[in-house]
Write a protein that binds this ligand. Structure first.
Ligand SMILES: [Zn+2]
Ligand SMILES: [Zn+2]
Length: 110
């Protein structure tokens, strides 16, 4: 992904994977950062397994205020097993955290 402010590549610092109990959809909640200009992003990656012949991933990014981003990232780091969709920790139970969604930064099919 590219930073929408300075066009540098941005990095994903944390990704929490969850799975819906009823739907065959895996959703990852991600914290992204631009090391060049310091912009913070929050993203949701949806892996829809309904259609086996269409393995597109919907990736939605949002601009997040620094304070909110830092606070929620610190909270989410408490999860002991971020890529485990059946993890039962507080973080997984409360995903996505409140107050997250800022202006849309990107909306792509990877
Ligand atoms: Zn940037
Ligand atoms: Zn967890």
């Amino acid at each position: 992904m590219k930073c929408t402010k300075c066009q540098n590549n941005i990095e994903c610092l944390l990704s929490i994977s969850t799975e819906d109990e009823k739907l065959p959809i895996e959703t990852s909640y991600q914290w992204w950062e631009c090391s060049a200009c310091g912009a913070k992003y929050y993203a949701i990656l949806e892996d829809d397994n309904v259609n086996l012949f269409d393995d597109r991933l919907l990736h939605k990014g949002y601009e997040v205020e620094e304070k909110t981003w830092q606070k929620t990232l610190a909270w989410a780091r408490q999860c002991p097993d971020e890529s485990n969709t059946s993890c039962k920790c507080n973080v997984h139970n409360d995903m996505p955290p409140a107050g997250f969604y800022g202006a849309s930064a990107w909306y792509t099919y990877d």
